[in-house]
Design a protein around this ligand. Structure first.
Ligand code: HSE
Length: 308
């Protein structure tokens, strides 16, 4: 990559946890995609020119994008700075990786602006510096797929295993309410029972096995969570009704996306995926709750340059 004076990049929304892999599993969605414009400045450091689409901190020390950008500048040791124009399309508190899309686009964008070829294990911790500002923890299950695309199994210390992605259709429904990740983490227990840990370990192992054998149906059936989801369901708007509507419309599995309020549902053809979206829409309309529906597959592409 050659250095540039300005660049526009995009990073995808993501579904973290995928029910079976709390804090260690996540996938990239085809849409929504978040855009970030970066301009090189002579003054060192990061400035935020504008944030479109959401109300977020303009203070570079408190903003996810600028913190991730600053970490990359520091690592590269450059003497110039960067000005950011942030176009929020993945909305904060949505459960589809808003802060990860910001952190990934900023980390990837500054590296691309500098023409630096940072390796995944080098880029991930820098993007996580940004993610930590929003969620209060260094979980990589949104940031890794937002940066690298596909289905990622990852550890907090930055090891990423790309899993072969099952051939699923995904219906993601985002009710227009906000659940802050930090608050959804606060309801989780500090300790878990050994029998639950063993069950979860076996389910995750089975899921990984099914990805490698290409058994998309069995991989969907492995999606079970006894650790986090039961504690978070009370926070989710009308979750049991949404779940019934999705399963009756043909979903084979699904659950809370990240820490919610979005949910994701798996099917095996596009028509069923659309039917699931329609069925969940009906539930939210009955409750007068505005919402967005996204139907697609697992995106192979993570953060990337938007060519003019
Ligand atoms: N793994 C994180 C959590 C994802 O569930 O708290 C947040 O989107």
């Amino acid at each position: 990559m050659s250095p540039r004076d300005h660049i526009s990049v995009a990073a995808p929304a993501t579904v973290a946890n995928l029910t079976v892999g709390f804090d260690c599993l996540g996938l990239a969605l085809e849409r929504p995609l978040e855009r970030l414009d970066l301009k090189r400045t002579d003054t060192p450091g990061v400035t935020i020119k504008e944030i479109l689409g959401a109300s977020l901190p303009m203070d570079p020390a408190k903003n996810v994008s600028s913190v991730a950008a600053q970490s990359v500048l520091k690592t590269l040791g450059v003497e110039w700075g960067v000005e950011l124009t942030i176009h929020k399309a993945v909305l904060p508190g949505s459960g589809i990786g808003s802060s990860a899309a910001s952190a990934a686009s900023a980390a990837f964008g500054v590296a691309a602006l500098a023409g630096a070829d940072l390796k995944p294990h080098e880029l991930l911790p820098l993007a996580l510096d940004g993610e930590q500002v929003a969620s209060g923890a260094r979980h990589a299950d949104n940031v890794a797929p937002a940066l690298f695309g596909g289905l990622c199994l990852c550890t907090p210390d930055g090891r990423i295993d790309h899993l072969p992605a099952p051939d699923w259709h995904l219906t993601v429904v985002h009710p227009q309410t906000v659940i802050k990740t930090a608050e959804a983490r606060a309801v989780l227990p500090y300790h878990v029972a050994m029998k639950d840990a063993l069950h979860q370990m076996a389910q995750l192992g089975h899921f990984v096995h099914c990805c490698h054998t290409g058994d998309a149906m069995e991989a969907a059936f492995a999606l079970e969570d006894v650790l986090a989801e039961p504690h978070r369901i009370p926070l989710q708007p009308h979750f049991r009704e949404v779940q019934s509507a999705a399963m009756n419309a043909g979903a084979r599995a699904g659950g809370i996306s990240g820490s919610g309020p979005s949910s994701y549902w798996i099917s095996f053809d596009k028509d069923t995926a659309n039917d699931i979206g329609q069925a969940i829409s009906t539930v939210f309309l009955q409750h007068g709750l505005d919402h967005h529906v996204h139907v697609g597959s697992i995106a192979e592409r993570g953060a990337h340059i938007i060519e003019a």
